[in-house]
Design a protein around this ligand. Structure first.
Ligand code: UT7
Length: 315
């Protein structure tokens, strides 16, 4: 059994928020935000909006592009740190609204690395023969845990959801993942239960993000005996264009194979990779089949990287 991505979808909130929203409220500038992060705009979910609506829409598109019926998929995992309720998580509601009766459904919390952790879990279910297909969604409303008065985080974050359908595909390249964490570094990026907003030491996180994503990707390539040029598309967590470019440079992944959409959506944590995948797919970068490289990094600190094949439009 070999897991590959067979469907992709994304859904963004309607409200687009350009950098100018912040320049009138905080001591910052459009130039600083673009130059230091690559971000031009992001989306905000309405205060009374439901993140489950975005997760359902993204998942529905992933099923549609795969040509699969929801009723034939029996597992869903949603990576999120900002679900609509304390409990239950998003996955159970999404499964029911999609029409996946009695599916195994749960949320996974590994901060911005959540989607890569979820992909690893889903691949393992397929490889072990315990599932034929798994819906993997990343959904975040980071505006729920943002201090809008803190310029060092407020300008970086956005909301959205993305999803992929992972399924058993004959002759797909074997997926491989490397995950890790280091709880000694919690103070670098966290939201505690009292003030419930993200606090971050940006420059320190920057250094660890580049180091950990590069090392994890290198481990995966080494295990699979792959050269960086054998990755057809590299989609890293969209936290900062400079971080993604630094990781790609460190690894030797050619620049034209590195996908960036942080300019349009900012950092959407565990939703950022599947949202980027959906945009890459819309731009025709994921047609047919190929090998995808992913890497992510977030609070914890947590990190992960992997390679997984895609087979789109063939089913
Ligand atoms: O999602 C997973 C985790 N998150 C990340 O991976 C984000 C990682 N960190 C970063 O992306 C970057 O570190 C930042 C974008 C947060 C900051 O960029 P930087 O190049 O590391 O910053 P810098 O060292 O060039 O500048 C920091 C300075 C500080 O001022 P002082 O102390 O040097 O006077 C900040 O107060 O930039 C200041 N600053 C800002 N200035 C204008 C921070 N935020 C802003 C802002 N506008 N919005």
């Amino acid at each position: 059994m070999t897991a590959a991505i067979v469907g992709i979808g994304a859904a963004l909130p309607e409200k687009t928020v350009p950098n100018s929203y912040f320049t009138s409220r905080l001591d910052t500038s459009d130039e600083w935000i673009r130059k230091r992060t690559g971000i031009a705009e992001r989306r905000f979910l309405a205060e009374d909006g439901h993140l489950a609506d975005l997760a359902v829409a993204a998942s529905r598109q992933a099923l549609r592009t795969a040509g699969r019926a929801a009723a034939d998929v029996h597992h869903i995992v949603v990576a999120t740190t900002t679900p609509d309720r304390v409990t239950p998580g998003l996955a159970v509601e999404v499964a029911t609204r999609l029409g996946m009766p009695r599916a195994a459904a749960f949320d996974l919390h590994a901060a911005c690395a959540g989607f890569v952790y979820a992909l690893d879990h889903a691949s393992a279910l397929i490889e072990s023969g315990r599932a034929k297909a798994v819906l993997v969604c990343g959904a975040e409303a980071l505006t729920r845990i943002t201090d809008r008065t803190d310029r060092s985080t407020a300008v970086l974050l956005g909301d959205g959801a993305g999803a992929v359908l992972l399924a058993d595909v004959a002759r797909a390249p074997a997926p491989c993942f490397s995950l890790g964490s280091d709880g000694e570094r919690i103070p670098l990026l966290y939201a505690d239960r009292h003030d419930r907003v993200l606090r971050m030491d940006g420059p320190e996180i920057f250094v660890h993000a580049v180091e950990k994503m590069s090392a994890a990707t290198r481990r995966v390539l080494g295990r699979q005996e792959l050269a960086p040029e054998e990755i057809d598309l590299f989609v890293a967590h969209q936290a900062n264009a400079r971080i993604v470019r630094a990781v790609a440079k460190e690894l030797g992944v050619p620049a034209e194979r590195v996908f960036l959409n942080v300019d349009r959506v900012a950092n959407t944590s565990s939703a950022s990779i599947p949202i980027a995948l959906a945009q890459a797919w819309e731009e025709g970068l994921l047609s047919g089949s190929g090998l995808l490289g992913v890497a992510a990094f977030g609070a914890g600190i947590t990190w992960g990287a992997g390679v997984v094949g895609w087979r789109l439009g063939e089913l």
